[in-house]
Design a binder for this molecule. Sequence first.
Ligand code: MG
Length: 249
Amino acid sequence: MPDCIIFDLDTTLAKSKQPIDAAMAHTLAALLTKARVAVASGGKCDQLQTQVADRLPPHAPLERLYLLPTSGAALYVYENGVWKQVYEEALSQDEANTIERAMHQANEQVHVIDFSEPAYGERIEFRGAEVSLSVLGQKAPIEAKQKWDPGRTKREALRAALAPLLPNYEVRIGGTTTIDVTKKGIDKAYGVHRLAEYLSIPIAHMLYVGDELRPGGNDEVVIATGIPTHAVTDPDDTKQFIESLLKHA
Ligand SMILES: [Mg+2]
């Protein structure tokens, strides 16, 4: 059993922006009694709390759970009944405005979004340490999101147009309809390093579980940290993997 297991959230623990299901909550609570567990996602902290922490049974030891929201640009720990920020690589409002303008400019080159069309909630969200462009809006239904860019070509085109406009930032594909921007050098790999340092656990004693470890996937960056990894296909696959870990614990 690794000392700390970091899980990607979307499509690893839960479907895009959905809460983890009851069986996953039960399995994660059991895992928390054997190892420290962290959740890494492009979402903001309250999103991770709603999707994961709030779903765990009341007896789950939340002080062994760590949240790495906004793609590792921040770390939250549970202390005395509240989530406490350990660090955040925040962007200023000026930086957020620059990034938002660049997102519009990039789209003018590739035309994958019609900003005059109504969306499900706002399309561009400033998440403190990250600016996220969710093409259909932050509250879009999962069916619509899955239909929008199944081949990734629209997101790839948008990312390729945006990156040269923001050379001082990290520009990457986040979720099914999302492009995420953080400070240069701030990504899930940065989050892995900061968490290992915070816990004083060697990275080699940790494990990263994600659905996008393949080249170009949004979990791939963690491989360079040297963290052992395990690839999964969906939350059911992850559940089975955790159960197999528990069986051998
Ligand atoms: Mg994922």
